[in-house]
Design a protein around this ligand. Sequence first.
Ligand SMILES: CC(=O)Oc1ccc(/C=C/C(=O)NCCc2ccccc2)cc1OC(C)=O
Ligand SMILES: [Co+2]
Length: 171
Amino acid sequence: MIREILVYPNKLLRETSKEVTHFDVHLHTLLHDMYETMVAKEGIGLAAIQVGVPLNVLIINLVDEEGYQTVENLYEMINPVILEKDGLTIYQEGCLSVPGYYDEIERAAHIKVVYCDRDGNRCEEEFTDLMAIAVQHEMDHLKGRLFIEKLSYLKRKKFDKEWKKKQKAGK
Ligand SMILES: CC(=O)Oc1ccc(/C=C/C(=O)NCCc2ccccc2)cc1OC(C)=O
Ligand SMILES: [Co+2]
C-alpha cells in the first residue's frame, strides 16, 4: 500500500537506520510498499526511513532510454556498503522528502557496492552516472542525512529562506 513520505524537517529523517536481520515476508511487504509509494510520487529512489522505517533498505528505479520506469530496472538493496568510490560528479538532485527543491550536489562518480537482495543473497556491483549518484543519495538517508546538508553555506541559507516562505504560504 502507498505509505506517507516523511518531509523535512521531520526529526525521524535524521535517525540512523539499523541492519536488516530477517529476510522475511515483512521485508518483502516493506519493499512492495516502498515501490508503490515511490512510483506514485514519481520518484526514482527511496530509503525506508522516508516511510518511517529505520532499516537499511533502499530502492532505485531509474527511467530507461525511452523514458519508461520499468520494474526490470528496479534495484532493491538491503544492508548496502560502499566498498570503493572515486572520481567526482555534480548533478541537480531532488528528494521526495524535500519536495520541490533541487540543487547541484557533488558526489563520487564511480562506486563499488556490496548489498543483499530481498532473499539475503550477497550482491556486489559497480555503478557510474545516475545510478552511482542515486545509490549515494539513498545511502545518506540510511545515515540520517539529507542532500540539503551537503549544500554550501550560502546555498543552504537560500534553501532555508525559500523553505520557510513555502511553509508560511501553506503550500
Ligand atoms: C514537487 C515535488 O515533489 O517534486 C519532486 C521532487 C523530487 C522527486 C523525486 C526525487 C527522487 O526520486 N530522488 C531520488 C534520489 C536521487 C536524486 C538525484 C539523482 C538520482 C537519485 C519527485 C518530485 O515530484 C515530481 C512530481 O517530480
Ligand atoms: Co532522498
